[in-house]
Design a protein around this ligand. Sequence first.
Ligand code: HEC
Ligand code: HEC
Ligand code: HEC
Ligand code: HEC
Length: 300
Amino acid sequence: MKNVYETVGNGNLMQGFAEVNAMPLEKAWAYAKHPVACIDCHDPKTMELRVTRPGFLSGIKALKEHEGIKNYDPNTMATHQEMRTFVCGQCHVEYYFKGPEKYLTYPWSKGVKVEEIESYYNEAGHKDWVHAETGAPVLKAQHPEFELWSQGVHSKSGVSCADCHMPYKREGAAKVTDHHIRSPLLNTSRACLQCHHFTENEMKERVETIQARTRVLMDRAEAALLDLIDAIVKAKKAGATEDQLKLAYEMHRKAQWRLDFVSAENSMGFHAPQEAARILAESIDYARQGQVAVEGLQRA
Ligand code: HEC
Ligand code: HEC
Ligand code: HEC
Ligand code: HEC
């Protein structure tokens, strides 16, 4: 049984991947039957966990190289527990389309922290769009669950995505992996109490506390960013030059990237609460630094 890329590449995964990347969307769609299938995570012969998505294979190789490990291949070198996260990391990540070939790339060669990915994009001269009001070249985060999770205490303690999102359940005498992947809060008893010896309500409350704190910081980051945008627009109307606005643009890009990274990540801070707070604090600071710089121009 072949996946889409193997089919297009006549058995050659990376060749097929390059060809699909360059296809117009309507043409590529013709090959996509199911967005997520058993063979995305399982070897069809042995049922062992495996990863096949080329973006992940190249991304994790680049990340491991950055950490000093050459020619990393998760299918032969990862532990079983790591595979229980890597199968998800094939899709729940940050990515972009590189160059005119639109090569799907996970920007991890400098690391997976927010500023490491940013520095990758800066070096590549990449922007996702130009902000209509300010003209700043900004970035758009996708859904960096793998990246944020990797900065949290669960990751450091070896807790995988599957531990929380695919907990074991009993079917008759057998223990099977729950393939109904969803929010662990719908399933707190099996998802959390396997390790945490508190009540379901207590665990839910802990999650809600983290998410509410993240939400408040996100709102503040958004307000700070909007103030910066307004300040830039005002300065432009008053005749500020592109050169004078350079620092403000830079701060706009930094602040927006950080806010978007936490917003686009789907756990509302839970996967790494302190990291999410750090990122949002930086976002607020960069937005205000930009605002101070622009308002300084007008006074000068
Ligand atoms: C997103 C990844 C993913 C997809 C898609 C997926 N599985 Fe799994 N599957 C897992 C994980 C993770 C485990 C746990 C394996 C382990 O830890 O050894 C698992 C375990 C299993 C097991 C071993 C028994 C058990 O319950 O632990 C079977 C059988 C299985 N899956 C069948 C399927 C079938 C059939 C499909 C398609 C309908 C499928 N899986 C799709 C990730 C996936
Ligand atoms: C082949 C790509 C792919 C893989 C592999 C994959 N996912 Fe997803 N996942 C998706 C897509 C696409 C969605 C739907 C997003 C939407 O509806 O907006 C999704 C949705 C989800 C959701 C939200 C479900 C809901 O109730 O709305 C969770 C949680 C999730 N995935 C966790 C995981 C975990 C954990 C793994 C690994 C065991 C995994 N995913 C593997 C693509 C993938
Ligand atoms: C320690 C448990 C835990 C681990 C480990 C974990 N998650 Fe989550 N995840 C959660 C909780 C709790 C939420 C918040 C659910 C909610 O708000 O309903 C969540 C939310 C999500 C969502 C959004 C779900 C939705 O309903 O919208 C996705 C997608 C997701 N996680 C994917 C992942 C991936 C991928 C990994 C591994 C890289 C991972 N998670 C690791 C506990 C975990
Ligand atoms: C496989 C075991 C395991 C599972 C499953 C698990 N945890 Fe944890 N959790 C840990 C470990 C280990 C720590 C770190 C404890 C330490 O180092 O002191 C931790 C720490 C935490 C913390 C404090 C750290 C932080 O990030 O703020 C919270 C909150 C938490 N877990 C909530 C949950 C929730 C909610 C679930 C279910 C969705 C869950 N955990 C599932 C093992 C697990």
